[in-house]
Design a binder for this molecule. Structure first.
Ligand SMILES: *Cc1c(COP(=O)(O)O)cnc(C)c1O
Length: 231
């Protein structure tokens, strides 16, 4: 276990250094939230990361996330981000442990999450996931449908519209795609001034995301290693 702790500490320090230099290169002094995406990795890694100062963790599958968070030693010190696609029937489960849902992409899911959050007596922070690719392969609402979805979500009592999220498309470089996302985020803020969060950037493209104004980075393998290395 000592070995794993050191490995995580080293990788985390390297990622934090990447974030710092990306912020410096962009001339930014505002903070960025690093979300460690712990999918595929055990609760013991979540505990080690929390000991190393990680405050935000991300998961992308409900079944895995709900089981893992039961095992985490001190869940109270973590903000839990759900970053994967949410099946409508899983909204009730996700609303129990997630603090932030990054992947809201349809009216039906918004209403299901709102009802579930109401039952739990909570208010969930939500981001609207935008599809940046032309093929539609990586999920998210089409940019043209964004204003209507935002309006719908803003009207729900137990959801707090925080901003936008996207995954870089496979068929083009990340930077111009993130620039389009940043423009959409600015449009959204014009109508919803509190929607200031921008979730973009993963292990491979976090520098591009920081350059385009990301406030939340979702970093998995650069911190935890490859999926194959720890099963
Ligand atoms: C897995 C995942 C990440 C992290 O990806 P890495 O390339 O491992 O950093 C980020 N966002 C989402 C939606 C993911 O599913």
């Amino acid at each position: 276990m000592t070995g794993r702790r050191e490995e995580l500490a080293e990788r985390l320090a390297a990622v934090r250094a990447r974030v710092e230099s990306a912020l410096a290169a962009a001339g930014r002094e505002d903070p960025v939230t690093l979300v460690a995406v712990t999918k595929w990795f055990p609760a013991s890694d979540v505990d080690l990361l929390a000991d190393l100062g990680v405050t935000d963790v991300g998961e992308n599958r409900d079944q895995e996330a709900s089981a893992k968070l039961e095992e985490v030693a001190d869940p109270g010190r973590l903000t839990v981000h759900f970053v994967g696609q949410v099946q409508t029937k899983k909204a009730g489960s996700v609303a129990r442990y997630a603090d932030v849902v990054h992947s809201l992409d349809r009216d039906r899911l918004a209403h299901a999450l709102d009802r579930a959050a109401a039952r739990e007596g909570r208010v969930l922070d939500v981001l609207l996931q935008v599809g940046l690719d032309t093929s539609g392969g990586r999920g998210g609402v089409e940019p043209a449908a964004l204003p209507a979805l935002a309006e719908e979500v803003a009207g729900l009592e137990h959801l707090r519209l925080r901003g936008l999220m996207a995954v870089a498309p496979r068929e083009e470089p990340a930077r111009p795609a993130f620039a389009r996302l940043a423009a959409l985020a600015a449009d959204l803020r014009a109508d919803h001034p509190d929607a200031t969060w921008l979730s973009a950037g993963m292990s491979a493209d976090l520098e591009d995301a920081v350059a385009e104004g990301a406030t939340h980075l979702r970093v998995g393998s650069a911190i935890l290693g490859s999926r194959e290395s720890h099963r």
